[in-house]
Write a protein that binds this ligand. Structure first.
Ligand code: ASP
Ligand code: MG
Length: 454
């Protein structure tokens, strides 16, 4: 398409679409970027998806009515804050929300879903249906030509309800077909985040927090110039600023670093967001709707090699299993057996370190831990350890940091701490250590001072 190079996907998260000040900022940002052909992706109003999840699990009539009333109230408050009382805009919006809530009630009774998970996704999708409608009306009211578009017409997914993934060819086809004509006619599409549809047209969700991912998928599918994730913080920080007071805003990250940070617990971006952006090499920028002057964090293919350690992230609760066996030495298939048992019991492994007679793994989730331990103990000695957490230093070419290991060990030793496990990935982007949970918040600021501030 002519001019497609200019398209800009702008995703606005829950707090951004809810707060009247940031809603005004949305209109301001869209207006000042009209030249760049903006395409808007929105989350549900704050707290609405949680209520919908509750609704989908509710069976008692009274409870259902209470939840529906709460959802109505949240949207009516928004409408009264944004559109003047008794204006046609206010009344139309209320009527439309009522209409959606009736539809939602019908869906609660419906029996034509392929599974209960499918039903759940259709219910939970209503948050974005309602918010996208409201934001598109707001833009129109502010003299910006805008039209709401359901992502069920653009993002085509597999049948993995609850956390579906997009099908590339179908999504490119449908996104182009439905988005580009609007853009060509200078209409700003306002698209529902978080949701898609199967090839058969059943609504799916992309997993909690999935609107970031929606924005990246759409950017990828139409070949946008940039994907902007507008949120309520300034960007990605070198550590969680609530815990590390001197944490710094990171100006620029490589795709790999951003993916690693999202995986290892920095909550700014949904972990899958980076994949489609990398595939199409589209820069992602994280920006703050509450601080428009800020330049945010730019994520693209460049690595900033002036400083290898970009961030310190941690998890306070990391389960670990130590498995040892004197027979392991030179025995074929030992690790294969271990992993088969873990996977049969729905346990996924995060970090691993192995010697000739023992292997330690940290777990992403505990699955059927008891059964797994029983099976492992039939041919080895498997012991579960709790009370541990992990800290990761993240950055490309991290091992080029002078004296990295020595300084990490010195710091731990000064604090009288011992790493239960150390893991350093071959991709040279992550150094992780497992230590007692209770010591994590003591040591994180020290590691941060050492490798990022100084
Ligand atoms: N509204 C969805 C959620 O709360 C998706 C999102 O906000 O990204 O998980
Ligand atoms: Mg989010």
């Amino acid at each position: 398409m002519r001019g497609s190079k200019r398209m800009l996907v702008m995703k606005f998260g829950g707090t951004s679409v809810t707060n009247p000040l940031s809603v005004a900022a949305i209109a301001k940002q869209v207006r000042s970027n009209l030249e760049q052909k903006p395409i808007i992706v929105v989350s549900a109003l704050s707290g609405v998806t949680d209520l919908l999840v509750k609704l989908s699990n509710a069976s008692n009539k009274g409870e259902i009515q209470d939840i529906l009333a709460e959802i109505r109230l949240k949207h009516q408050q928004w409408i009264d804050n944004i559109f003047s009382q008794n204006s046609p805009c206010n009344q139309n919006a209320s009527a439309q929300i009522d209409f959606y809530l009736e539809e939602l009630e019908d869906i609660m009774q419906a029996h034509d879903f392929s599974s209960s998970l499918a039903r759940h996704d259709s219910i939970v999708a209503f948050g974005e249906k309602m918010s996208s409608y409201l934001i598109s009306r707001y833009l129109v009211n502010n003299k910006i030509q805008a039209e709401r578009l359901l992502a069920t017409k653009c993002i085509i997914t597999n049948n993995n309800f609850g956390g579906a993934d997009f099908l590339s060819d179908e999504t490119i086809l449908h996104s182009k077909k439905n988005i580009l004509p609007l853009v060509e006619n200078e209409i700003v599409p306002v698209i529902t985040g978080f949701i898609g549809a199967t090839v058969n047209g059943e609504t799916t969700i992309l997993g909690r927090g999935g609107s970031d991912y929606s924005a990246a998928i759409i950017g990828y599918a139409i070949g946008a110039k940039e994907i902007q994730i507008w949120t309520d913080v300034d960007g990605v920080f070198s550590a969680d600023p609530r815990k590390v007071t001197n944490a710094r805003l990171i100006n620029q990250l490589s795709y790999q670093e951003a993916a690693e940070l999202a995986m290892f617990g920095a909550k700014v971006l949904h972990p899958r967001t980076i994949q489609p952006a990398v595939k199409a090499d589209i820069p992602v920028r994280v920006l703050n709707t509450f601080n428009l002057d800020n330049h945010g964090t730019l994520i693209n293919h460049d690595a900033d090699n002036t400083h290898h350690v970009k961030a310190v992230t941690w998890r306070k609760d990391v389960p670990l299993i130590n498995i040892s066996s004197p027979d392991m030495f030179l025995s074929k298939g030992f690790l294969q057996r271990v992993f088969a048992i873990l996977s049969e019991n729905n346990i996924s492994v995060n970090m691993l370190s192995a010697s000739e007679v023992s292997v330690s793994v940290t777990l992403d989730n505990v699955g059927n831990l008891e059964d797994a331990l029983k099976q492992l103990n039939e041919f080895a000695v498997a012991e579960y350890r709790s009370g541990l957490g992990s800290i990761s230093l993240v950055g490309e070419k991290i091992m080029d940091t002078p004296l990295l290991m020595q300084n990490v060990f010195n710091l731990l030793e000064d604090q009288g701490l011992k790493a239960e496990m150390l893991s350093y990935s071959a991709s040279n982007i992550n150094l992780s250590m497992v230590i007692a949970s209770e010591s994590i918040e003591k040591i994180v600021p020290k590691l941060h001072d050492q490798f990022i501030i100084s």
